[in-house]
Write a new protein. Structure first.
Length: 222
């Protein structure tokens, strides 16, 4: 991670803390707290909203920095890589838990567009799944936009669980991530994915609803 990125991350994390104290904090006051000249801060971020959005985007810069320091990462199994990604995000969110609980829905789950966080999450998941050489061959058919959208929704479900988790050090959330990762690996490393694809193809080709999927529908002869 270069110096410029580190500075932007430091600004974003401090801004997240300030937001929980005063949602209308000024960039001038933030610059003063960071011992920066206001023009320098404005060159990096045009407004408060852009800084807060960057907080979420920058989580992936930190994640990439973390895995680059793991010598054996390329040998990790699918479940280990899934664990690493999700736990990295949760660990970072824990440091700004109040901010995340206040802003995640507004800044990440906006229905009008695909946010940068969502795009980066799906991108990292696609890298993890497509680069795994231990997947059964049939599982490739599952790796489509619907699947990666479902993975993002799964992360949102995990985050919802985490937001309500009252266990010590959020250990129940950690356990949930581990169990989900192991289950997902079992599906993709065994013939479960292959059987699932076979079932899906059968239903698609033989269901009365197949015309909705562009396969046409022969009229029923009486």
């Amino acid at each position: 991670m270069n110096t410029a990125e580190s500075l932007k991350i430091r600004i974003a994390e401090r801004a997240a803390s300030r937001y929980t104290e005063n949602v209308r904090f000024s960039l001038n006051s933030l610059a003063k707290e960071l011992e920066m000249d206001p023009p320098e801060l404005f060159r990096l971020f045009p407004n408060r909203s852009s800084i807060l959005d960057y907080y979420y985007e920058s989580r992936f810069e930190i994640y990439k920095n973390e895995i680059s320091a793991i010598e054996s990462y390329e040998n990790y199994s699918l479940s280990e890589k899934l664990n690493t990604l999700i736990l990295s995000l949760l660990d970072q969110f824990m440091e700004q838990r109040e901010f995340v609980l206040m802003t995640y829905k507004q800044r990440v789950l906006t229905p009008m567009s695909t946010t940068r966080f969502k795009a980066l999450y799906r991108q990292e998941m696609e890298i993890i799944f497509r680069s795994d050489s231990n997947r059964c061959s049939a599982s490739t058919l599952l790796l489509n936009s619907f699947f990666f959208h479902a993975l993002f929704q799964t992360f949102n479900g995990i985050l919802w669980f985490w937001s309500h988790d009252r266990s010590e050090q959020y250990e129940n959330s950690m356990a949930l991530v581990d169990k989900w990762s192991v289950f997902t690996q079992e599906v993709f490393y065994t013939r479960a994915a292959e059987k699932g694809v076979d079932l899906g193809k059968f239903i698609l080709m033989n269901s009365p609803l197949r015309n909705y999927f562009g396969f046409g529908c022969n009229p029923v002869k009486e």
